[in-house]
Write a protein that binds this ligand. Structure first.
Ligand SMILES: [Zn+2]
Length: 109
């Protein structure tokens, strides 16, 4: 009699695949946070508030690569610097994150 090969169940294989995907997504999320605009300490320089939403929505979701929408656009001051927070939500997977901007336009007001 041939020995039965220990076979991993389909569910186990699927779970392992999901775990690997989750790890990859978490890595991408971490990378996103390291890029300009990913953290409040490293805002993207924007010429004016008007360009922020267009820029923010042009950045794909780090998890699935789909387009994101701006759900909130918040003006705030952080350590004396005027910043904008664009809160993003992925249209595909629904994950959320923020993109940070600093207005560096010429108009001083
Ligand atoms: Zn997504």
């Amino acid at each position: 009699m041939a020995k039965r090969q220990p076979k991993r169940s389909e569910r186990t294989v699927r779970r392992e695949g999901e775990r690997a995907t989750t790890r990859l997504q978490e890595d991408r999320e971490r990378l996103f946070a390291l890029e300009p605009g990913g953290r409040i300490e490293r805002p993207i320089e924007a010429a004016s508030a008007a360009v922020i939403e267009a820029h923010a929505t042009s950045v794909p979701c780090p998890r699935c690569g789909s387009s994101q929408e701006v759900t909130e656009h918040i003006a705030l001051v952080h350590q004396g610097v005027r910043l904008r927070e664009a809160q993003l939500r992925c249209r595909q997977c629904g994950s959320r994150r923020s993109l940070w901007f600093k207005i560096v336009g010429n108009s001083l007001n």
